[in-house]
Design a protein around this ligand. Sequence first.
Ligand code: AP5
Ligand code: MG
Ligand code: ZN
Length: 214
Amino acid sequence: MYIIFLGAPGAGKGTQAATVARGLKLTHIATGDIFRQAQGQKTELALKAKEYMEQGKLVPDEITIQMVLERISQPDCETGVIFDGFPRNLVQAKSLDKAFGQQGKAVDSVIYIKVPEEELLERLSGRWICRKCQAPYHKVNSAPKVAGVCDRCGGELYQRADDNIETIKNRLKVFSDETAPLIDYYTQSGKLLEIDGEGDMDEVGNRIISALRK
Ligand code: AP5
Ligand code: MG
Ligand code: ZN
């Protein structure tokens, strides 16, 4: 099973993808998480990605696509993947379709998590994430048991460099200019499942699971 989670910054892709991937035993691939995790290693890829992420722009396609195609060739992706934050434009979507086509695979469903902009701003400005495992928290909506410490792995929580109001605005614009066209792209192929992303996290999770069951 190959599922894509699509949504604006702060829509809850990471939160929901982690839970659904655990439940369905799928591998969770989050391109943003991979880029952030690489920062510690100071590789050429990491430094290049950082430059774009800090401005809220998309990392160039040639870097991103190659990285994802390499990742999905790993054995843990054989039985299924949840893509979180990939593809983010038509070039990426078509590259994934082409690569899958050559392997006799296909994207099964695209979960589009829809949340109003006002709510996105509130979620992103209160978010803290784990430096070690990238788990997302929120100072009000999903606070950790001990302030500043990840419930899951004990890692240190921090605020992402791109979660400041100016960069958030750029990210929202990039979403509407470059990523939103994917809503039409996957509607045309009959794969899009639109989910109301407002309300309790468990409730949103249940909506996703029941949409996938149908
Ligand atoms: P990425 O890390 O993917 O960031 P994003 O798309 O901006 O999305 P976020 O991670 O900010 O939001 P989310 O939807 O995961 O929300 P979350 O679950 O954390 O990408 C970062 C950058 O990397 C990009 O800008 C780009 O530069 C680069 N990049 C990544 N992929 C790329 C690609 N394919 N191509 C090119 N460049 C790429 O939730 C947000 C907050 O809300 C949390 O605090 C959470 O606790 C809270 N929350 C979640 N659900 C709820 C709920 N139901 N109610 C209340 N609060 C909630
Ligand atoms: Mg995320
Ligand atoms: Zn952690």
